[in-house]
Design a protein around this ligand. Structure first.
Ligand code: EPZ
Length: 432
């Protein structure tokens, strides 16, 4: 049973769309609920596969979870946690599950969980997480893919991150909020999602300062109290919708978006000739132009251009005039969407972490397969801009990070539908 997204491309999108809460802020905040032994309410959390996975991980530890997916509101009561050993199968589904390590070490002084496997976009080690916890007094042992951490108590420490890792910064903040003494994280990640995690924890009584800068200070407290918190809008989803108007030469208004979180994308889109207007504090109007110019792009940690929008931006460059050089500095294998773009007639040469995009006049629809979340979004954008019909498989990747994506694109005038294809499975099996 294979599901395919069938896209009739070449239709300029028009209308308005409201951006949902941030997946990458919501996931660490759900994990952070484990630090609190009173009920918490988290709002603006979209119904995503990754959200469901993180909720199942904390439920496996004994947290009581109620998720009203229509209201996008989660109530978590972590009072009676019974375990510090999340099941391997839960952990293997999603790398972000590793974010429960900090809370468990803070709450129990113990945790045993599986090391996250690599994924489609890279090996993605967790050495920076573990090094930071060791500085806080944790001793780790490793057996067959599991890591066990023990400490009498977590003590505050000065940690320098060799790389501004988002996950390591989040994990260490969560451990430090209940540690004895104060912790400083130098060369910390400064993404808006870090600021949101700190906002959530401070609303529960934590003492965190400097989130959003390279140096974050945390004064440990004895305990945290219940709280209610709304997650920030998802800047990557917002960027994806903005690009959907640019690639189709349409005009849309994106609501519930913080333009301050998207400065590099807006600047790059303007460079290509796309018109961007920040209509008010939380809305952006974008007008695509059929004569778009290729630009160079280099992904960096925040506030640089986000790696999570590199595949989607490449779909814009693929059918723009001239040549664009795309350099991916964050992950070592984040060009897997290029195969699908080539099948649609793109002209892209990959040399290590760089891709040279020779813009073509127009892409043409083709059957393509997605292999990771943002690559899937890139293929949808390319299909929307291409002439003719595209058939996209690997939709489980798309649904990890985009809620109601097809319906919301359809509300902007896109012609697409999801088909369940039985014989495709048969053909594929026959082919194997
Ligand atoms: C977060 O992943 C996001 N995921 C990713 O979004 C995003 O691409 C990434 O940050 C970078 O912005 C969530 O927030 C759930 P990192 P994370 O630790 O925390 C290396 C999406 O599409 N590294 O900043 O895993 C690592 O290998 C996802 O929504 C180490 O070497 O990212 C990578 O090359 C994809 N050692 C680089 O740092 C470590 O201990 C960035 O990783 C940790 C990371």
């Amino acid at each position: 049973m294979t599901q395919e997204l069938i896209v009739q491309g070449g239709i300029p999108l028009h209308g308005s769309v409201r951006i949902k809460g941030s997946k990458n802020a919501g996931l660490p905040i759900i994990a952070a609920a484990l630090l609190i032994d009173e009920p918490v309410v988290i709002e603006e959390v979209p119904d995503l596969l990754d959200v469901r996975t993180m909720l199942s991980v904390i439920e496996s530890l004994g947290a009581v979870v109620d998720y009203d997916s229509n209201e996008e509101r989660i109530t978590i009561n972590p009072k009676n946690l019974q375990s510090a050993e999340p099941p391997v199968d839960h952990m293997q589904k999603m790398r972000a599950s590793f974010l429960v390590l900090g809370p468990l070490l803070a709450r129990y002084g113990y945790a045993r969980l599986s090391l996250p496997g690599g994924c489609a976009i890279g090996t993605r080690p967790v050495d920076l997480h573990l090094k930071g916890f060791e500085a806080m007094g944790v001793e780790f042992s490793y057996t067959s893919g599991l890591v066990e951490g023990k400490t009498g108590f977590l003590k505050g420490a000065d940690v320098y991150l060799d790389y501004p890792s988002v996950g390591a910064t989040e994990n260490l903040i969560m451990a430090a909020v209940l540690a004895k003494g104060s912790t400083t994280i130098e060369n910390a990640a400064s993404e808006p999602e870090i600021v949101d995690l700190a906002g959530f924890l401070n609303s529960a009584g934590a003492k965190i300062s400097g989130a959003g800068t390279k140096t974050i200070r945390i004064n440990g407290v004895k305990q945290l109290g219940g709280t209610k918190y709304a997650v920030i809008p998802d800047r990557i989803e917002a960027g994806t919708f903005l690009l959907s108007a640019a690639v189709t030469g349409g005009e849309i208004i994106v609501n519930n978006v913080l333009a301050a979180h998207l400065k590099p994308l807006l600047a790059k889109m303007r460079e290509t000739g796309v018109e961007i207007e920040e209509t008010d504090l939380s809305a952006i109007r974008v007008r695509g132009s059929l004569d778009k110019k290729c630009v160079d792009l280099k992904t960096q940690p925040y506030p640089g251009f986000p790696t999570d929008l590199q595949p989607q931006f490449m779909s814009l460059l693929a059918a723009s005039r001239g040549t664009g050089l795309v350099t991916e500095t964050v992950f070592e294998n984040r060009f897997r969407h290029i195969g699908g773009l080539l099948r649609m007639g793109a002209d892209i040469q990959v040399e290590g972490s760089r891709a040279v995009v020779q813009g073509v006049k127009k892409l043409s629809g083709a059957p393509v397969e997605a292999s990771d979340l943002r690559g899937a979004a890139a293929l949808v954008l390319a299909a929307l801009s291409a002439g003719g019909t595209s058939r996209i498989t690997g939709l489980e990747h798309l649904w990890r990070g985009y809620s109601g994506f097809e319906d919301r694109l359809r509300s902007l005038g896109a012609n697409l539908k999801v088909e369940t294809n039985i014989n495709l499975t048969w053909e594929r099996a026959a082919g194997e």
